[in-house]
Design a protein around this ligand. Structure first.
Ligand code: RAM
Length: 361
């Protein structure tokens, strides 16, 4: 893992409209725009990638997270803005205070009006944001999804944190080990339409069909909407309504940290296992106090950094998003674009008492 705190961007808090907008703004040059159109297999006048094309000067690239108050997404976006700055462009983070797709659509429309060179989005719903994103692409704005994919025809590339199948299956392996391979489990997810969580949950369900998990029963999927309070309350409701619950899997940093907080000061501590995806800094105290044994994640800053490079490469014509193209991603090296425009950061890391102090994010 690369830990480069120097890549952190300057953060300016600004209250915009009704919601809190976290704006990270860098010094900028002029803006040029000539981004590549959507990858296309049909004949026509679509652009061909030029791997040697220089990164355009003064690119304006906006990061639109699921929600602006999500600490995980803020780290991702800081990494993205650092990448844009490294490339001489101007990056910013804007987004809604709730993880809703309709709120994201208004932000997309504003970014189109602002004539950004690229929009990098963690979609709250793959389809609800698609028309607005297609409109952006029609105006020659590069569109990258990261963390949570948009419909594939509404973006050029999807920068995925890790292989989605691995992420899903790993979480079932972890909970199974922690409950001794037997008992009822529940999932505490983010929002019901979140592309990433739903993909992972599908792989979790598939993993559970394997014979080694025959004694584990998934009894409920609850939604905390990536809202700390709601996630806390949903945890309490799960534990009270399912008295013989043995474990909770929460594939969201907001969910797992709220669930850990609830469990740590409840009689369920040490009796009900909790695992999923969390940041080491949010989970450290719950590993230390024994509430959580092990969980997983990738380096969020690197995810944003990769997405920033992908956006700049698209906006400069270095890539178009077609399978087999190679993205040059600064200090992360190169990544080859896979099927459906997917670019993968790398395998997730698991964190436990033995290694958590080595990580600071
Ligand atoms: C939450 C969000 C995000 C997800 C992480 C693991 O912060 O739901 O989309 O990738 O958790």
């Amino acid at each position: 893992m690369i830990h480069s705190r120097s890549r952190r961007s300057r953060v300016a808090l600004a209250v915009a409209g009704g919601g809190l907008a976290l704006a990270l703004v860098a010094a900028c040059g002029g803006t040029t725009k000539d981004s590549a159109p959507e990858a296309d297999t049909g004949a026509g006048n679509e652009k061909v990638a030029d791997p040697n094309a220089p990164i355009k000067e003064g690119l304006k690239i906006a990061f639109l997270p699921k929600e602006i108050d999500n600490p995980y997404e803020n780290i991702v976006d800081a990494g993205g803005i650092a990448a844009v700055e490294e490339l001489g462009g101007e990056g910013k983070e804007v987004g809604p205070s709730d993880a809703s797709a309709s709120s994201q659509v208004s932000y997309i429309n504003t970014l189109v009006q602002q004539n950004q060179d690229a929009i990098v989005i963690a979609a709250n719903d793959p389809n609800a944001v698609a028309p607005a994103l297609k409109e952006a692409m029609a105006k020659d704005i590069a569109v990258v999804s990261y963390d949570s994919d948009a419909a594939p025809d509404a973006r050029q590339v999807f920068v995925n944190q890790a292989n989605s199948e691995d992420i899903g299956r790993t979480q079932i392996k972890m909970i199974s080990e922690q409950i001794g391979g037997k008992g009822k489990i529940a999932i505490l997810s983010a929002t019901p339409n979140a592309t990433n969580q739903n993909t992972w949950i599908d792989f979790m369900k598939d993993e559970l069909t394997k014979p080694e998990y025959a004694d584990i029963e998934l009894v409920k999927v609850a939604y905390g909407d990536d809202d700390d309070q709601k996630s806390f309350q949903e945890t309490q409701a799960l534990l009270q309504s399912i008295p013989d619950l043995k474990g909770i899997v929460s594939p969201t940093t907001v969910g797992i940290s709220a669930a850990a907080r609830y469990i740590s000061s409840s009689p369920y501590k040490g009796k009900v296992a909790l695992t999923g995806l969390g940041t080491p800094n949010q989970m450290r105290q719950f590993i230390k106090d024994g509430t959580v044994e092990e969980f997983a994640l990738w380096d969020p800053e690197q995810l944003g950094y990769l997405a920033g490079y992908a956006a700049a490469a698209l906006a400069s014509g270095q890539i178009t998003g077609a399978e087999g193209e190679v993205l040059k991603a600064g200090e992360l090296g190169e990544r080859t674009i896979g099927k459906d425009g997917e670019i993968i950061l790398g395998p997730p890391t698991t964190f436990n008492a033995d290694n958590i102090d080595k990580y600071d994010f």
